[in-house]
Design a protein around this ligand. Structure first.
Ligand code: CMC
Length: 392
């Protein structure tokens, strides 16, 4: 009943008013709370950006210290979570493990289930969500190696602690290379929010039924997993590897991407909103060159990626459709250089996107938005008589 506007895929429908992230797809502008992404990626740290997104302002030195202190004192995850974590097959996809583990956090921190939390309670849920995510991600990585988990150390900041739990050993002291810490901060900042994308909208819509923070974020992780969204960073490297094995003929693969009878798409290319360039891709491309040079790595897939980009940007198919490299085109090459296996890439995207999901969830709650409930245009049959099973 009533008038329904049809917009499949919400290409043109605003679902909320938001003061978190500004995006101009025509001009390639991305700002968090008014600050240009270029400046934040250059000057800020991931945890400062997390604070900015969630609380709306850059923190003072004192507030940042207090935030970091709170975070580092909630990094432990209940030991009983390990019981079912141990039951996952060791080769199961990290994103499946992550969404299950994050959802399970609600069982261990049930205060999050209270629908109308006080500001302090809400804040505690946010801190726990952020703090425990890094620990859980490191568990998943360690499991893939068959190694024991490493417990967090409160002396480290968030990103260093994450890298320590991931690349640290029980047997010896490790020093995390500052180049790696910087690169990780930059990548996480670039992924931290992107307004009403598929996973953020999912988090908002799940949260709009008053679901708890863990359930809402877990749903966002599931949405991110798909190769058309965050899963593209894994798909890009797999594609580049395939092209390399196939002899590196980029023209052949560009032709495949253009062929409408071939389901192959150039992964890491195209974006629903950016129609001139993705500002994150620009920063990542340069960071990729810098980081590989600093770490002394020569990766052939980077050359293939650059050749693909060069050919595609001149090809009328991609030009007419305004298809440019997106954030995922070069991020995987950096993750690889830092030592992460391919199937962990989307999990790293999730770690970076977490402050954005939290900020979107918090804003939705603070604005007291109604439950999300899209309409439809029914196209099925309207009148059928029931036929007994024996007569069908
Ligand atoms: N390779 C070849 N053709 C493409 C590509 C591509 N990567 N992307 C879009 N097209 C074509 C598409 O076939 C269509 O052609 P036509 O008009 O002839 O039917 C046209 O361009 C428009 O594409 P669309 O699928 O209608 O556009 P969309 O806004 O629904 O999809 C997208 C956007 C990002 C899902 C899509 O560009 C895509 O599948 N890209 C590859 C996957 C990818 O890199 N995803 C990461 C996105 S950025 C990070 C994130 O969101 O997580």
């Amino acid at each position: 009943t009533g008038y329904v506007t049809l917009d499949i895929g919400y290409k043109n429908t605003g679902a909320t008013k938001s003061a978190i992230t500004f995006l101009d797809g025509e001009q390639g502008i991305l700002k968090y709370r008014g600050y240009p992404i270029e400046e934040l990626a250059e000057k800020s740290s991931f945890i400062e950006v997390a604070y900015l997104l969630i609380y709306g302002e850059l923190p003072t030195a004192e507030k940042l210290k207090a935030f970091q202190y709170e975070l580092s004192h909630h990094t432990l995850v209940h030991e009983d979570m390990k019981k079912f974590f141990d039951g996952f097959p060791s080769k199961s996809h990290p994103m499946g493990q992550l969404s299950s583990l994050v959802s399970a956090l609600s069982a261990f921190y049930p205060e999050s289930l209270k629908p109308s939390q006080t500001t302090e309670e809400l804040n505690q849920s946010i801190i726990k969500m952020l703090a425990k995510m890094a620990t859980v991600v490191s568990w998943i990585y360690k499991k893939s190696l068959g190694h024991p988990v490493i417990y967090p150390q409160n002396k480290y900041d968030y990103v260093t602690n994450f890298l320590y739990m991931t690349f640290g050993q029980r047997t010896e002291e490790v020093t995390i290379d500052p180049v790696v810490i910087d690169a990780m901060n930059k990548l996480l900042i670039l992924h931290a929010d992107h307004e009403q994308n598929c996973s953020a909208s999912t988090v908002r819509i799940v949260g709009s039924s008053d679901s708890n923070i863990y359930a809402s974020v877990s749903a966002g992780i599931s949405a991110l997993w798909g190769p058309l969204h965050g899963g593209a960073n894994q798909a890009v490297i797999e594609m580049l590897e395939k092209i390399k094995e196939d002899g590196g003929d980029t023209d052949k693969w560009i032709a495949k991407a253009k062929d409408k009878n071939d389901p192959f798409r150039l992964m890491g290319f195209g974006h629903r909103v950016y129609k001139n360039f993705d500002p994150r891709a620009k920063i990542i491309k340069k960071a990729c060159d810098d980081i590989l040079a600093k770490l002394g790595i020569n990766d052939e897939v980077l050359d293939i990626a650059k050749r693909l980009e060069e050919v595609a940007l001149k090809d009328p198919y991609f030009v007419e459709r305004k298809l440019y490299p997106n954030v995922d085109f070069y991020s995987g090459i950096i993750y690889r250089a830092l030592g992460f296996p391919t199937d962990m890439f989307t999990v790293l995207f999730a770690l970076g996107r977490l402050p954005g999901w939290i900020a979107q969830w918090k804003e939705m709650k603070e604005n007291k938005e109604p439950i999300g409930r899209p309409r439809q245009i029914y196209v099925g049959s309207t009148s059928k008589d029931y036929v007994e099973i024996a007569k069908r």
